[in-house]
Design a protein. Structure first.
Length: 460
């Protein structure tokens, strides 16, 4: 009943925001969408009796998907247009179908867990005595992160030698886009999974009160080597994504992050981000010319984050407005087309045009390909399927939340929800490559789950 009330409140805010936006009241529309984002996030994150789960998937999705639309409703750029009814409906169903199915599946899972607990004398899995992880598992986790780091650096060196340049030292504005060898680049960008493994190793070692200065320095060096690759590739996204995964895994490991350290880390990350922007040879004049802000005096530190959020929704609106015919699955099946090599025998399947406000601004939204394939129905079906999957993942987190592979799986999916305004994610082969590595990690680190041979279970 509570979740139904949340959906109703968000729906009222959504409809009101659409009405205000149609009549040019952009400020009011943005405030109403912001209210919808807060209401949706609070409704799913609040567990009752003062308990909160700030990493609830539906809560994160509500906050960032609806919050991103609040930013887009401001219409600060000349690239922005009033959205038509189909755009508003698609964006709304992308949230409603996710939230409704997520709530329903979570409720069903909770009933099954309660039934199982009743059959076991009232005890749940989280009530069982915790067992300590053994040294072998901790060693395997360390080996896994080192092998992954070595593979990433080997792939990077292979690309650099073959292509004869490193993006950081190239004068070309879009050098990072050309630094790519088919198949090899997947391993280069897998460096983003190393920091979240390293922080889990540190957290587990600290929990066992076995953390030494040498171990801390070694893991710091591992993370620095992993972060160096996005910098050399001039990939701001990979840098931010990797840092986000590390932070989420740290929180999932039950470690408190002090506000001061978090702020310091954010400052360092922002400084590197700005430096990489200049390394791409994207100066203020270049960016302002592309973003076409209505107020030319808008500072770049406002313009850039605004456009990197808002224009993705504008790109979706352009798709709705200009798409001549649906692709009937070719966009969302691209990972299969790429892995099987069909993109070489049928290049037209992988060459479907993008519909964007400008050719330079190619970031999309989570539902772009779903609409491209099947329209509004495709958006609703995709959102419902994603909601069900996230509910099952939340259940897996509750039951096995101390397993490093489960944490990494959950952190990846949480990042895709947090950055739902950014791109299509689940029709990107890299996403499934990351999931594949995570599955292999589970087979290697978490295999042979016998009594006395598992990571300590913690309540989440």
């Amino acid at each position: 009943m509570k979740k139904a009330a949340v959906c109703a409140l968000v729906s009222v805010c959504y409809g009101s925001a659409a009405a205000f936006s149609v009549h040019g009241q952009t400020g009011a529309a943005a405030l109403l969408m912001a209210a919808a984002a807060v209401a949706g996030a609070a409704g799913f994150m609040h567990r009752g009796r003062g308990e909160w789960d700030l990493l609830d998937p539906a809560g994160l999705y509500s906050l960032f998907w609806l919050g991103g639309q609040a930013v887009a409703c401001l219409k600060l750029s000349r690239l922005s247009e009033p959205w038509d009814a189909v755009t508003w409906l698609s964006l709304y169903l992308a949230w409603l179908c996710f939230a409704a199915v997520y709530a329903a599946v979570c409720a069903l899972s909770e009933r099954r867990l309660r039934g199982r607990a009743e059959r076991n004398g009232g005890k749940t899995e989280s009530d069982r005595p915790a067992v300590s992880s053994d040294d072998a598992k901790l060693r395997r986790l360390r080996i896994a992160e080192l092998v992954l780091l070595l593979a990433a650096w080997t792939a990077f060196v292979t690309e650099a030698v073959t292509l004869r340049f490193i993006p950081l030292f190239s004068p070309e504005p879009h050098a990072y886009s050309y630094f790519h060898l088919t198949g090899i680049h997947y391993f280069t960008v897998s460096c983003v999974l190393v920091p979240p493994l390293a922080v889990q190793y540190l957290a587990e070692t600290a929990r066992r009160k076995a953390l030494t200065r040498r171990t801390a320095l070694e893991q710091t060096a591992v993370m620095a080597a992993a972060f160096a690759l996005p910098i050399l590739c001039v990939s701001r996204f990979q840098l931010v994504f990797s840092a986000g995964l590390a932070l989420l895994c740290l929180l999932l490991a039950g470690r408190r992050v002090r506000a001061g350290r978090l702020a310091a880390g954010a400052v360092v990350l922002a400084a590197i981000y700005v430096a990489l922007t200049f390394a791409r040879h994207h100066d203020v004049t270049y960016l302002n010319g592309i973003f076409e802000m209505k107020d030319a005096a808008t500072p770049i530190y406002v313009t850039q984050p605004y456009m990197y959020i808002a224009n993705n929704y504008e790109n979706f609106h352009v798709l709705v407005r200009d798409l001549p015919a649906h692709a009937h699955g070719l966009r969302q099946l691209f990972p299969v087309i790429a892995v099987t090599g069909l993109k070489f025998s049928h290049p037209e399947w992988a060459a479907l045009p993008l519909y964007t406000t400008k050719w330079e601004l190619t970031t999309l939204t989570l539902i772009y390909d779903a609409y491209y394939d099947f329209g509004v129905i495709g958006v609703a079906a995709f959102a419902a399927a994603l909601g069900a999957a996230c509910a099952l993942l939340q259940t897996l987190r509750v039951r096995h939340g101390a397993d490093p592979a489960v944490r990494l799986l959950f952190a990846q999916t949480a990042m895709y929800l947090i950055l739902s305004f950014f791109t299509t994610w689940f029709s990107n082969p890299t996403t499934w490559f990351y999931y594949g590595i995570t599955f292999l990690l589970w087979l290697y680190v978490s295999r042979e789950r016998k009594k006395g041979d598992s990571y300590e279970r913690t309540e989440v």
